[in-house]
Write a protein that binds this ligand. Structure first.
Ligand code: SF4
Length: 349
């Protein structure tokens, strides 16, 4: 069975978009100033060696912009170009991302005909005040209606949310998370707001009207959201903007980090370990986590281990298959032994 997922991604920068969202300078984010052409799609797909993708579930993805709002001829030309390769085994489905108010029965029927399988909606927030102040041009009701339609037509539904938007609060971001969970998407992407040069947010930030999230603040909030989605059985497929492209050159402020998702996961492990350790006497402990998660418990540059050490807990980390994702089990070491007592949850055994 293919386990890893990959996208063959094409960016459609700002094409056809009549809006001017406060955070968006689509050309900067995609790192591509040239308009996407049918020839580019065909050349890219012709050059792909199916062997390279054998171990991956691959989707062809049209990201950026507002795919279903671009000129109809252009959109169908892109989809036709992709469909020429549908029997080539290069990709298993087509994924598009668009705005919630650019979804209708007619569009969904057209996307079905062109073998689109997944639709991601840029929800960003379910708070109408936040949506309005960030010039999104759609409402929370549009998000709900489009999400229901996408699911009713049998597409996989993805929803994207942002934290730290102009006029948002920690509470409104958590409420957005709860409302997205209620819509039962298959996947979610979470983007802490980063200020890109040339955007409305950039102006608001420079004038002092808008305060951007700090990196620790964004990590703390996004870790909490990650846990909420995880507990609801919803896969978070992206946390933070992709590195590369032109983001590093184009951002002026905000909680950008090339490994933002890993920082959030490490934070969940730190919280899990610490809420057990602080009930225990200072000393030496072994922290057990799921086998693939040892480096996340340790943290980047041993951040978590160093922090626990400063609190008086000298810890080593080991993998154990029985431990659930984002959970920890803790054993106290005494004279090199590990059987003095064990903590599961918050109760000493
Ligand atoms: S709708 Fe999308 S492409 Fe258009 S301005 Fe907003 S974020 Fe950018």
């Amino acid at each position: 069975m293919k386990s890893k997922h990959a996208n063959i991604a094409f960016f459609v920068p700002h094409a056809g978009c009549p809006h001017s969202c406060s955070f968006c300078n689509q050309k900067q984010i995609s790192g591509q100033h040239e308009a996407l052409t049918v020839e580019m799609i065909i050349k890219t797909l012709k050059d792909i060696k199916p062997d390279l993708l054998r171990a991956r579930r691959t989707e062809l993805a049209f990201f950026g912009g507002s795919f279903t709002a671009i000129e109809r001829d252009k959109m169908t030309a892109y989809l036709e170009a992709a469909n020429k390769f549908k029997n080539s085994h290069i990709f298993e489905g087509i994924r598009i991302s668009t705005r919630p108010d650019a979804i209708s029965d007619e569009i969904l029927e057209l996307l079905k005909r062109y073998n689109v399988t997944s639709i991601e909606l840029g929800a960003q927030s379910t708070d109408d005040t936040v949506l309005a102040f960030n010039q999104r041009g759609h409402t929370a009701r549009d998000i709900r209606e489009a999400s229901h339609k996408v699911k009713n037509y049998g597409f996989s539904l993805g929803l994207q949310m942002m934290t730290g938007l102009y006029k948002s609060t920690i509470e409104s971001d958590i409420k957005t998370c709860e409302e997205i969970i209620a819509l039962k998407p298959d996947t979610v992407r979470i983007y802490p707001t980063v200020i890109i040069k040339g955007t409305r947010l950039d102006e608001l930030y420079r004038s002092g009207e808008y305060t951007v999230q700090t990196l620790p603040g964004a990590v703390s909030l996004c870790a909490r959201l990650l846990r909420m989605f995880y507990d609801a059985g919803i896969r978070v497929i992206r946390l933070g903007l992709h590195s590369g492209g032109a983001v590093e050159e184009g951002y002026t402020a905000g909680p950008y980090h090339p490994a933002f998702g890993e920082l959030c996961e490490s934070r969940l492990y730190l919280d899990s370990a610490f809420e057990k350790l602080y009930l225990l006497p200072k000393g030496q402990y072994t922290i057990f986590v799921e086998e693939t998660q040892v480096s996340k418990m340790i943290g980047q540059k041993r951040m978590n281990i160093d922090l626990l050490k400063r609190e008086g807990y000298n810890c080593t980390v080991k993998g154990k298959s029985a431990v659930a994702r984002y959970e920890t089990e803790i054993e106290k070491k005494r004279n090199g032994e590990t059987d003095v007592f064990k903590v599961i949850g918050n109760a000493r055994v």
